[in-house]
Design a protein around this ligand. Structure first.
Ligand code: SF4
Length: 327
């Protein structure tokens, strides 16, 4: 069987579409997990003016971009929820703490058209600060009971191999627990080491390959009960194509055949920060990674050399570039 475009587990962006991650705020967080994988989490508190954000989003849509709202814990500034309905973004990412404290927020999310809730889950529970795994479990249950598709971002940290050696059924138990709580999707997320702290808990390439193989095996076992997927920065695209064939008999064409890029950063994917600088990816946001500016409602690319997008790649450029920088 040949599959043209495997959305959800290998390619996040279809050919021809252009996605923009529009950052609404930095530094607003009520949790501060050690495994936090976003640049703008540990920044000083600052946010967008709501009216300007509305205008920017309308400009981006008229220019053919599909904007996605991003930026720390949005539920700390619920005035931004109106923007989700404005751009018809049907999902939100949250650590779950506000939903646990104030369950009436589930109604507010329904009202603005949210259908999917992404929550974060740790490899090591002690990596969560100010929120416990039990609270997240409870929010998964409530989210599901309230009719939301509930997606759990499982953050893979380097201790994962010890966990798997200590308990061969560790990942199956994780899946069973999530199914029991009502989760719909388990998404494996790889840390990108853009700081020394993150480097200390980032899984090795070998560990990551093992997790990718395990995740496709679980995807096969739990199909129909729990969708198992992987984030873009998991990399190892050839391995993922091979595993799709091995476990599902699906032959995903090579990027050269399909024209779908392994990395879209800077060609089909852009990030606009609070200063309206443009970057190719959420994980390439240092001064050196800047590729342009958002000005007059348009994205203007000024530095082609820093664009990582490629048809065919072994690993995620953000992972490689950030690892090299910290050496
Ligand atoms: S660098 Fe490319 S492959 Fe890696 S996360 Fe960013 S867009 Fe995806």
């Amino acid at each position: 069987m040949t599959q043209k475009y495997g959305k959800g587990s290998l390619y996040a962006i279809g050919p021809g579409s252009k996605i923009v991650h529009y950052i609404l705020q930095e530094g607003f967080c009520n949790s501060k997990c050690r495994h936090c994988y976003m640049h703008f989490q540990n920044q000083k508190v600052q946010k967008r003016n709501l009216g300007i954000a509305e205008q920017d989003l309308q400009n981006l849509i008229s220019s053919g971009y599909s904007p996605h709202l991003r930026g720390t814990e949005i539920l700390l500034n619920p005035e931004y929820l109106s923007l989700f309905s404005l751009i018809k973004q049907n999902y939100i990412q949250t650590n779950g703490k506000k939903l646990s404290e104030n369950p009436s927020l589930f109604d507010d999310l329904h009202e603005v058209g949210i259908q999917k809730i992404y929550l974060t889950y740790p490899t090591e529970p002690q990596n969560m600060i100010d929120i416990s795994k039990d609270v997240v479990d409870e929010v998964i249950k409530k989210s599901s009971e309230n009719g939301f598709r509930t997606i759990v971002n499982f953050i893979v940290t380097k201790d994962i191999s010890t966990r798997l050696t200590g308990d061969a059924a560790y990942l199956e138990k994780l899946c069973e627990n999530l199914i029991k709580k009502g989760a719909n999707e388990l998404r494996f997320v790889r840390l990108v080491p853009f700081s020394d702290e993150l480097l200390g808990i980032t899984p090795s390439s070998e560990e990551m390959k093992k997790i990718i193989e395990e995740s496709v095996r679980l995807e096969h076992i739990y199909q129909g009960k729990l969708d198992v997927t992987r984030s873009g920065q998991c990399g190892f695209f050839d391995l993922r194509r091979e595993l799709k064939e091995k476990y599902f008999g699906i032959k995903v064409p090579s990027p050269e055949e399909s024209g779908v890029m392994d990395c879209h950063g800077g060609k089909q994917l852009f990030v606009i920060d609070l200063k309206n600088n443009v970057y190719p990816c959420l994980f390439l946001m240092s001064e050196n990674d800047k590729i342009g500016e958002f000005t007059g409602g348009n994205i203007i690319i000024t530095n082609q050399e820093r664009i990582p997008a490629k048809l065919h790649l072994e690993d995620c450029p953000a992972h490689t570039i950030n690892s090299e920088r910290l050496k």
